[in-house]
Design a protein around this ligand. Structure first.
Ligand code: ADP
Length: 474
């Protein structure tokens, strides 16, 4: 079966968050299962692309209203990713370093999607199934089924995976002239709340919808940034499939980004070594329990509560702990987090920015990972933490609810709280400090969590079964 994943991000080519990790690893495991799987994504002017060689496999011209763009599809000249990678190059639109947040993102991602479909038309062997990820690729199922130009693709099944329903890519109907010709009676498929809504269009037009955890699918029916009713209406074709992790990239035994490799039998010395390295770098005391936060500093992650949570904990004379933050996002939160550094020198530090290597080192060297998220579609951080013997402290929501069991429940290994509040998050940390004092129990749990299997080896099969249910229908 020839499957093509279409995405704005793919690790290690371009990563903003978990979407990249999933699209960068799922195809590799699907290929291992014997399926022919490739990825197509925009070509950004970034380090990965500057350091790698591509060959042109398709060139075309893309019309966006009155403006025409030269566009090409390039194939990566290396098999190192474990699947073929294609990038869409459109000078004037995609030739920038960052993935998102440009004023013309609508034009950028729509032109990317049109070029991708144009290329499919010219392929000798057409994809048997198209797998779209998030709103940046959400207009593909509509265009495949309704645009005259792509009529030959209308029988090809499409799947949409929702990694985050918060972002929907809405734009005004004034930009309708960017679309290829279609029977205007179908415009309702594009519309939600009087705008063109790419995520809503994909929910309506894709043959199947998945979310990145079972709990997130249920939660979206109650809170989906305006799409609740639509998701409830389409529940018949929806399922929740928990993400897996790339256990080759995220393997403490071989990870080149950490200071000492370890496995479950050498966990004590391995974690100690990584913690020492980290504490030395950030002027923290390795004797104290180390709590870390890694992530985007946005409301979904409970970021604006972090300064108060940390201040409360660090001021508490009964607690003796260290906190280290890696993240970027809301500039006010960044500033507040940095301000605490001077007050709690020796117990608290931050790295405001994005640093892949440091994130690996933190999963390896920390004792606890904090995730007080308001919304967490799946969350990969807690799964990486588990694999590196770091106990997750999570608000039970979305994928966190599906992957972390509280230590006070049978088989428990993490610390859970019900709500994203300062009181509940600080109480959870206090419970963690209590556990840390019982070193025998603490070490037993951290050894146990390294064995939990969240690899794609099993999760990738769930997608294959879903694909087969569609291709066999055809
Ligand atoms: P989301 O996609 O909502 O950001 P996920 O938990 O699904 O959250 O995935 C986040 C991914 O991004 C993880 O691989 C995490 O380690 C990484 N990450 C987030 N922020 C940073 C950062 N500042 N530096 C390095 N890696 C980061």
């Amino acid at each position: 079966m020839k499957i093509i994943h279409i995405s704005a991000e793919c690790y290690p080519v371009a990563k903003v968050g978990g979407l990249a990790d999933v699209v960068g690893s799922l195809p590799k495991y699907q290929n291992k299962l014997g399926f022919e799987t490739a990825v197509v994504m925009p070509y950004y002017e970034n380090k990965f692309n500057q350091n790698n060689t591509y060959t042109i496999v398709h060139t075309t011209r893309i019309e966006m209203g009155d403006t025409q763009y030269e566009a090409s599809v390039l194939a990566l000249q290396s098999s190192k990713l474990g699947y073929p990678l294609y990038t869409v190059k459109i000078p004037g639109l995609l030739d920038r370093e960052d993935v998102y947040s440009y004023p013309d993102d609508t034009e950028r991602f729509l032109a990317f999607q049109k070029t991708t479909l144009d290329w499919f038309l010219h392929l000798e062997t057409k994809p048997e199934l198209v797998h779209c990820h998030d709103h940046h690729t959400g207009l593909i199922p509509f265009m495949m089924s309704k645009a005259h130009k792509y009529e030959s693709l209308s029988d090809t099944p499409s799947v949409l995976t929702i990694h985050n329903a918060q972002y929907q890519g809405q734009f005004s109907f004034e930009k309708l002239h960017y679309f290829p010709e279609y029977d205007l009676s179908h415009s309702g498929l594009l519309e939600w709340a009087e705008q063109i809504n790419p995520l809503a269009a994909a929910i309506k037009c894709a043959w199947k919808i998945t979310t990145v955890s079972p709990s997130y699918l249920i939660e979206l029916r109650a809170a989906a940034n305006g799409l609740e009713w639509l998701l409830d209406n389409e529940k018949g074709k929806s399922s929740g499939i928990l993400n897996g992790i790339d256990t080759e990239v995220w393997d403490p035994e071989t990870d080149p980004m950490i200071s000492k490799n370890f496995h479950s039998n050498t966990i004590d010395s391995g974690k100690r070594n990584n913690k020492l390295f980290l504490c030395d770098q950030f002027e923290l005391d390795p004797k104290k329990p180390l709590f870390v936060f890694i992530g985007r500093l946005v409301g979904e992650k409970g970021a604006e509560l972090l300064p108060e949570i940390f201040e409360t904990l660090l001021k508490d004379s009964e607690l003796d702990l260290n906190i280290l933050i890696l993240g970027s996002g809301d500039s006010e939160v960044e500033k507040q987090l940095d301000t605490l550094k001077a007050r709690f020198k020796g117990n608290y530090n931050t790295y405001i920015g994005y640093d892949e290597k440091l994130s690996h080192l933190m999963y390896a060297g920390a004792d606890f990972l904090l995730m007080p998220s308001r919304v967490e579609p799946c969350g990969l951080n807690q799964m990486y933490a588990l694999r590196y013997g770091t106990l997750p402290i999570v608000r039970s929501i979305g994928g966190l609810k599906d992957t972390v069991i509280d230590i006070d429940s049978k088989g428990g290994f993490g610390i859970c709280h019900e709500h994203t509040t300062v009181a509940e998050a600080t109480h959870a940390v206090k419970r963690a400090c209590g556990l840390y004092q019982d070193q025998t129990r603490f070490k037993k749990i951290r050894k146990q969590i390294m064995q939990i299997d969240h690899s794609w080896d099993s999760a990738a099969t769930n997608y294959i079964e879903l694909y087969q249910s569609l291709t066999h229908q055809n």
